[in-house]
Design a protein around this ligand. Structure first.
Ligand SMILES: O=P(O)(O)OC[C@H]1O[C@H](OP(=O)(O)OP(=O)(O)O)[C@H](O)[C@@H]1O
Ligand SMILES: O=C(O)c1cc(=O)[nH]c(=O)[nH]1
Ligand SMILES: [Mg+2]
Length: 194
């Protein structure tokens, strides 16, 4: 899939939102990629996951034996990646505020894992999810996501394979431009405020 074709999937799903958003990291942005809208169509989710799976280098695919994704946003794309790669897919979640494997999901000692996210902005959620994988005995060898909107800044500490990079601005709470501050805020994600 070309980058234009991928962007067209987002447009067709009405997933390219404009407004005033508070992101998971606490940053503010005038743009939000609502991947849940992209993934609500199973056929579209499958097309995008297949393209992402195809883009992974063979050296990575030959090592991994499990997909782990951070809930909520990572669950559907993680599951579709599991289908595309022929691997089981589990998720970490944070009912107590810290990601953990629950529901009887287990990793074997040293099991090599692909971490799958919907969006990476600062990479904080990915890094927190990796800690949960390590705490469960696994080893994250690479990360993949539908979108990288980090403007090249996210350092996940492992090779990172986004399907598309979209450069959009994000601002610290104290540096929100007045035209953005004038728009009422929305916080679409499920991370609780610290
Ligand atoms: O790279 P980061 O700065 O961490 O931002 C990206 C994260 O933010 C969103 O999740 P969110 O915490 O909003 O919760 P959700 O997945 O439950 O919707 C998204 O699904 C990523 O997990
Ligand atoms: O950083 C985030 O929380 C975030 C940004 C974005 O564009 N889309 C999303 O689902 N989360
Ligand atoms: Mg998330």
């Amino acid at each position: 899939m070309t980058q234009d074709e991928i962007l067209e999937e987002f447009r067709a799903a009405d997933a390219l939102l404009e407004g005033h958003f508070i992101l998971s990291s606490g940053l503010h942005s005038p743009r939000y990629l609502q991947c849940a809208r992209v993934l609500m169509d199973p056929a579209r989710a499958s097309r995008l996951a297949s393209a992402l799976a195809r883009s992974l280098p063979i050296e990575i695919k030959s090592q991994i034996s499990m997909v782990v994704s951070p809930a909520m946003g990572g669950v559907i794309i993680g599951h579709e990646m599991g289908r595309s790669l022929g691997l089981e897919a589990v998720f970490v979640e944070r009912p107590t505020g810290t990601f953990e494997l629950r529901r009887g999901f287990r990793l074997k000692p040293g099991q090599k894992v692909l971490l799958v996210e919907d969006v990476v902005t600062t990479g904080l959620s990915s890094r927190e999810a990796m800690k949960a994988v390590e705490a469960a005995g696994g080893q994250v060898v690479a990360a993949a996501s539908l979108v990288d909107r980090s403007n090249g800044l996210a350092d996940l500490g492992v090779p990172f394979f986004p399907l598309i990079r979209i450069d959009v601005p994000s601002y610290e709470p104290g540096a929100v431009p007045p035209e953005l501050a004038a728009i009422p805020v929305e916080k679409p994600g499920s991370r609780k405020a610290a």
